[in-house]
Design a protein around this ligand. Structure first.
Ligand SMILES: Cc1ncc(COP(=O)(O)O)c(C=O)c1O
Length: 417
């Protein structure tokens, strides 16, 4: 590998060039400027559980590209399927047969899917769900839980710069898992309630994660049925990591529409909307399209991804990796005299330090971890992949142990709760 003699010199040079030609040098959720000093901005590649930055430094990847990489980087089966389709063509005058094959696979795999439509990004999928719900019901209002992320379009972006209050005029808010507050929002929406868009569990940046209360989910379903409104699940982030057939598969709460993206094609750009027969007609009436939505390569990659996840029982593999990571981190935190909260499902965990309201301890932890070859995020939940075998998790734990020591030294120990 042709390593630059100065650590991080390529990254530094690229950032300087980017500053001249890209607003803020980099934008969006992957801007390294919001992370600690040791974080690289630019990457060279990745293989399995390992990513390599532009200066050749390697990291065990606990972010998985913020979710898309689920089997591991450059999974051979996915790459072979993508390469085979690429030889035939990708962007054509219509979809390839991959569209039908993939729709069939999604309908076979996802419990609440009678049909599927493809798009590119998660925001396309959540926006399509909302549009179909309004068409189906002939009503305007969508209820979403406060603070929950559903994408970067003006109707849902958490940062309102450049948008109008009217962009969000059709959205009302309630607190996740709070039946009383949900009922209040439903009452206020009155006859104009088109649907409720929910995350499978509450994952909000910088906050401890909160699993869905089964009673709350059942209540939302009952209220939607009683009001002829639609229940939509935003499975963009969790999809295929918690269950093969939809994140609420085991909860037994059925949904009318689901939004998918991220892990659906192991890193290839693809999103999907799935729905039940009851809303099929509305889906035929709305105009959903995009120049690259029908590209065949990501669909071939998706079919291979879903096949492989089923064949190896990816959900169990990621749960196992996540459990090993959790046990290791909790033991290390305890040994360092630090009290932590470890929340969310093992496949999408997040850890915070008790008493660290400004997340300074967490930033110090993450900065040290990344120096030690473990890529995780201080404010965003982490993602397991099927490439995280025991050896990779243990390698990550070797990097996190000194990070706890740094936190204890810098901030002092915290009482164990
Ligand atoms: C739950 C959820 N919904 C929607 C989105 C938007 O997806 P995208 O960034 O692909 O538009 C995200 C992205 O992080 C997400 O986590």
């Amino acid at each position: 590998m042709d390593l630059d003699p100065t650590p991080r010199s390529r990254d530094i040079r690229l950032r300087a060039r980017a500053d001249r030609v890209i607003p803020a040098g980099m934008y969006g959720h992957q801007a390294a400027s919001q992370l600690g000093d040791g974080y690289p901005q630019f990457f060279r590649g990745g293989s399995g559980a390992i990513i390599v930055d532009v200066d050749g430094r390697e990291y065990v990847d606990l972010m998985c590209s913020w979710g898309p990489v689920i089997l591991g980087h450059r999974d051979p089966a996915v790459e072979a399927a993508a390469a085979e389709q690429r030889m035939l063509g990708d962007c054509l005058n219509g979809p390839s047969e991959q569209l039908v094959l993939l729709a069939e696979k999604l309908v076979d795999t996802i419990v609440d899917a009678d049909w599927a439509m493809m798009a590119k990004n998660g925001t396309d999928a959540t926006t399509a769900c909302v549009t179909i719900a309004r068409q189906h019901t002939g009503r305007g209002l969508i209820l979403v839980a406060r603070g929950c992320y559903h994408g970067a379009a003006p109707w849902c972006t958490p940062i309102h710069n450049g948008t109008l209050p009217t962009d969000r005029a059709g959205v009302r808010y309630f607190d996740y898992n709070d039946v009383v507050d949900f009922d209040r929002a439903v009452t206020e929406a009155r006859e104009d309630l088109a649907g409720v868009l929910l995350l499978p569990f509450r994952h909000v940046e910088g906050e401890d994660q909160e699993l869905v209360d089964g009673g709350f989910a059942r209540h939302v379903r009952e209220v939607c049925d009683a009001s002829d409104a639609l229940l939509m699940l935003d499975d963009v982030r969790c999809g295929f990591r918690l269950a093969h057939g939809g994140s609420w598969e085991s909860l037994g709460v059925r949904v009318d529409l689901s939004a998918w993206s991220k892990a659906i094609a192991n890193g290839y750009p693809l999103a999907a909307v799935t729905g039940t027969d009851a809303v099929r007609e509305a889906a035929t009436k709305v105009f959903l399209t995009g120049s690259f939505w029908m590209n065949a390569v990501p669909m071939a990659a998706s079919i291979a991804t879903l096949d492989r996840l089923t064949a190896i029982d990816g959900v169990s593999i990621m749960a196992r990796a996540g459990a090993r990571l959790r046990e290791g981190l909790l033991a290390q935190a305890g040994a360092a005299g630090l009290s932590v909260r470890y929340t969310g499902p093992d496949a999408l965990p997040y850890m915070t330090f008790v008493g660290d309201s400004h997340r300074q301890m967490l930033h110090a932890f993450a900065t040290e971890a990344v120096q030690n070859g473990v890529y995780l995020h201080p404010r965003h939940n982490w993602f397991m992949s099927c490439a995280l075998d025991d050896a990779a998790v243990d390698q990550a734990l070797i990097g996190t142990e000194p990070a706890f020591a740094v936190v204890a030294k810098q901030f002092g120990t915290t009482p164990t709760v």
